[in-house]
Design a protein around this ligand. Structure first.
Ligand SMILES: [Zn+2]
Ligand SMILES: [Zn+2]
Length: 240
């Protein structure tokens, strides 16, 4: 089948999912190298707590610890949220293909892209992917957050903790819901199998997209209640 697929590729090359041009020798499934290198990284001033980009570059110049209005009014349970890119353009398309096609083989290049953009993970003790409920896992065939977490751990030499945090009940996909519904949907949806292993530890939770932060907040709450010292929420992309 693989040889047949290669022959098909010669005569009917797979177009890039974003620009429809030839994928060529990018080495990335379904993406040409121009689009892949065109992901928009988040740069400039962001809220030091939730990672929300500020409109004005001057926002943090006088008080670097200035948190956004949302964080001051409703402090999140995580200590810091970091997103690597904006959820737009080719990165948005890549995440859609990865999750909903679903295209498992995009996990490695997306995870490597994320891991390559993140530094200073040395003080962190373990990485946890946001878990899927077994019914969703059966449907998709893989946990997209776990593949990203795996690349992060490999590049930064951190412990991967992939079965401690789990979903106690299935939830609706957050993407279908409004902000208020998202909070209710994930409330009490997560738990830890071994609480003692996170006590006094610095933990990174990994997911693909940060939208309202409801999922990350719920996971962070569970970790904090078990005594985690610091919780960082890291995602590939941030929706605005
Ligand atoms: Zn392209
Ligand atoms: Zn904030």
């Amino acid at each position: 089948m693989r040889i047949f697929g290669r022959i098909l590729d010669i005569f009917f090359p797979t177009p890039c999912s974003y620009c429809n041009g030839p994928v060529g020798s990018s080495g990335i499934p379904y993406f040409c190298s121009v689009c892949w290198e065109d992901f928009a990284p988040i740069s400039g001033p962001v809220c030091p707590r939730c990672g929300r980009p500020f409109d004005s570059p001057e926002s943090l110049s006088h008080s670097p610890a200035h948190e956004c209005g949302q964080c001051r009014q409703y402090p999140p349970r995580f200590d810091q949220a970091l997103a690597v890119g904006y959820f737009e353009g080719p990165l948005r398309e890549a995440i859609h293909q990865y999750k909903y096609r679903p295209c498992r083989s995009l996990g490695r290049p997306l995870g490597d892209w994320m891991a390559g953009k993140v530094c200073r993970l040395t003080e962190l003790d373990m990485v946890m992917p946001v878990p899927l409920h077994p019914t969703r896992l059966r449907h998709r065939g893989f946990n997209q957050a776990l593949l990203l977490a795996h690349r992060m751990c490999k590049q930064h030499d951190i412990l991967l903790s992939c079965d401690n945090l789990f979903r106690v009940r299935p939830t609706r996909p957050q993407v279908e819901l409004t902000g208020e519904e998202r909070l209710k949907n994930v409330a009490g949806a997560f738990a830890l199998r071994r609480q003692d292993t996170v006590k006094d530890r610095n933990v990174v939770i990994i997911d693909d997209v940060f939208t309202t932060g409801a999922t990350m907040n719920e996971c962070a709450a569970v970790l904090k209640e078990a005594g985690a010292a610091q919780v960082v929420a890291l995602t590939l992309a941030r929706a605005l």
